[in-house]
Design a protein around this ligand. Sequence first.
Ligand SMILES: Nc1ncnc2c1ncn2[C@@H]1O[C@H](COP(=O)(O)OP(=O)(O)OP(=O)(O)O)[C@@H](O)[C@H]1O
Ligand SMILES: [Mg+2]
Length: 355
Amino acid sequence: MALSSLKITDFRCLESAGIDFDQGNNLIYGPNASGKTSILEAVAYLGRGRSFRGASIREVVRHGQDNFVLFGNSRVGSRAVALGVRNGTGGLEVHTDGEKRASAAALAEALPLQIIDPDVHKLIAGGPEDRRRYIDWVAFHVEHGYLDLWRRYRRALKQRNAALRGKVSSAGLSGWDRELVGLGGLLNDARERVLDITRSGLQELGNSLVGCTIDFDYQRGWAADRSLSEALITSVERDRQVGSTHAGPHRGDLKLKLDERQARKLVSRGQQKLLACALILSATGVVQTHLDHQLLLLLDDPAAELDSDSLRRLMEAVGNLGCQVIATTLEANRDLFDAPPRLFHVEHGVVRTVG
Ligand SMILES: Nc1ncnc2c1ncn2[C@@H]1O[C@H](COP(=O)(O)OP(=O)(O)OP(=O)(O)O)[C@@H](O)[C@H]1O
Ligand SMILES: [Mg+2]
């Protein structure tokens, strides 16, 4: 599912840009503040319906404009899928193949992508939300019906939390508890299955990128020695005090270990980045194999925080995956890739193909 073309209108500093990407390696270079990350952000918006920089819509629409518009074509084998996203004062609109879609999930199916940017170390050092999103991304692509399960679980959770705040009796909560136990158990099983298949690739990448044994413990979001049903009953008083549910897969986390020690506490910033890259590349490999299609990997300033040897190992691992790559750098650093990239220069938001 390579992205073959992208048209950008009024996104960040990009007033109007058209880019034809190569199915292999692409390199966008230009000085600081020229618009490199904005282009990757636009690509990712087309595949996710949101900003990977966590930006609000007001920040993303070009100053002085009401909406931005993105059009792209992704290719799955010989089949092309047209993608369209518009957002701003008119709200989010998503189109695939000319049809209006109810949610951004249609984009994620047509253009699965992963991002490695200078903030990627947060996947290791930051809070659990990003790690849950990481597991859920693999499960969404690999486990049939996962998104639907997740939506039903989230709805039941919202309703249980509202009931907690409304001082509903324990008998009144039991219906929501049953729902959470059923759906939460299925979500957890799916997560465990996908993590199982991610583990061996992660260990290999850990060895080649960080040079030590890496592994993880999956913490499912409630105590290991009891069922979810028991955990919900045990925590109900605490849940009532804060008006939210403490047990369940929405509290799950991944504890990374380096040579058996907790990665979070030990590793340097550069090692955290390499570890996070190992996680992302192993997940990309799993999804790519499962879908039997090329995936898209966005690399924003891959050299950030890395010495030349680490960068070389990272790019070697990226090359081994065989996905479509769109990378950004300050200079036209062609040698970053094993195979020569298609080259784009960007300056003051104007993009030019140079080779
Ligand atoms: N909504 C917006 N409208 C217009 N310009 C914007 C908007 N949001 C950000 N910008 C500007 O876009 C420019 C490009 O930002 P971007 O982050 O893409 O640069 P970059 O090329 O990645 O730079 P760096 O090399 O420093 O990472 C910046 O000058 C920024 O101030
Ligand atoms: Mg940038």
